[in-house]
Design a protein around this ligand. Structure first.
Ligand code: 5CA
Ligand code: ZN
Length: 372
């Protein structure tokens, strides 16, 4: 499983957290089913937004990236996210990225803009399956391309949608050596190269938020398949919904962010944050608000009270019901209700099973990552 991780120029917000919790649940369900999981996540430590923020704040982009990555990892640990088997940045993957651009060159799937910049692009018109991932029409593609890091107006491109593979060296920008001159990689090829290096030419799940459907995952897949001629690159694309605040998508550019580190500093139990984000379907765009925190706080307290009871109702039924809910399109909200029903019964009257609290506590910890 390859999941697109953060661009480390700011702290982890609840949108990132919800997406990471989603893939953590997939990881846990697979492990519960006995599959060994190779989970790779990247950190986009070479990209425009990082350089822009570093420049704005008069800071070294490497220092900024390392600091925010460290904070992200702290937040993930607090949230009981099982760490990826490989957590990989673009800087350390430069050889793999350059080699993949070369492979695309050899496949005839690149062109260099004829203006002396040395910028290399991927010609989307030459790739048969372009659009097969997002199924968006051209107008929608153009809109998202412009909004999400693309350069449709760049003169000299064959098609406005062609994706940057390698940007020739510019003054005041970091650059790395390559057979096609110094420069730095485009965003999509970074993820393709990392996924292929650590997972191979075909992967089971390519994941991230639904803001990455186009152009990011469309292009990453196109780069992989154009280089390897193996299709599909990803058996499944899994996209988590966007978390918003009071109706607007939470994003760095809008500034309407709720940071995980802020909530933690305010004393919110990370188990409560997990319970709050799991109380909705992963694919739905949904809102974060203070009522959600209040409800999740009460819920986790009830569960803990129930788990501390001397006896409880049959715990085996809870285990199979939880597994059934998660196997049903990752119905985490339904899974929470299974535990609610058990807790209500446990707190209400006499029961025979002295192992109930321990068993349910273990399975809620194992499958939902919430420790009672
Ligand atoms: N570094 C790239 C991916 S290679 C990136 O999109 N970084 S990010 O920091 O913007 O987002 C990190 C992850 O969180 C991505 O999977 C992204 O899709 C997801 N994400 C970003 N904003 C939200 C949000 N508001 N709600 C849910 N997920 C989000
Ligand atoms: Zn990515």
């Amino acid at each position: 499983m390859y999941v697109c991780g953060i661009t480390p120029y700011d702290a982890t917000h609840l949108g990132h957290a919800a997406t990471m919790v989603t893939f953590d649940i997939i990881n846990r369900v697979w492990r519960d089913n006995g599959y060994p999981v190779n989970y790779v996540q990247n950190v986009t430590d070479v990209d425009e937004p990082l350089f822009e923020r570093a420049q704005r704040d008069g800071e070294d982009w490497i220092v900024l990236g390392l600091r925010e990555t460290a904070l992200f990892r702290e937040d993930m640990e607090a949230l009981s996210i099982i760490p990826p088997s490989s957590y990989i940045g673009a800087v350390e993957s430069m050889n793999d990225i350059v080699a993949l651009v070369e492979r695309l060159q050899q496949a005839g799937m690149t062109y260099t803009v004829d203006d002396g910049t040395g910028d290399i692009y991927f010609p989307v018109a030459q790739f048969d399956r372009f659009g097969a991932q997002s199924h968006y029409d051209r107008e929608t593609m153009l809109t998202y391309f412009a909004e999400r890091g693309g350069d449709p107006q760049r003169p000299g491109k064959k098609d406005q949608l062609d994706a940057l593979l390698w940007r020739g060296e510019r003054p005041d920008e970091p650059s790395w050596p390559s057979p096609f001159g110094r420069g730095r990689p485009g965003w999509h090829i970074e993820c393709t190269a990392i996924a292929m290096r650590y997972l191979g030419e075909q992967i089971d799940v390519q994941g991230g938020g639904n803001d990455l459907i186009f152009p990011h995952h469309e292009m990453s897949i196109a780069h992989a398949e154009a280089a390897t001629k193996v299709s599909p690159f990803a058996q499944h694309c899994v996209h988590a919904g966007m978390i918003g605040l009071d109706g607007a998508k939470m994003s760095k550019s809008k500034g309407n962010l709720v940071f995980v580190s802020r909530l933690r500093a305010d004393g919110v139990d990370p188990a409560v944050i997990r319970a709050a984000v799991l109380d909705g379907h992963y694919r739905d765009d949904r809102d974060w608000n203070s009522e959600l925190v209040a409800a999740a706080t009460a819920r986790v307290k009830r569960w803990r009270d129930a788990a501390a009871e001397k006896t409880g109702p049959d715990g085996d039924g809870v285990v199979s019901a939880l597994r059934a809910r998660l196997s049903d399109d990752l119905d985490t909200a339904g899974a929470l209700r299974v535990v609610d029903a058990w807790a209500e019964a446990a707190l209400d009257g006499d029961h025979a099973d002295p192992e109930s609290g321990k068993l349910v506590g273990d399975v809620v910890d194992g499958l939902l990552g919430i420790s009672l």
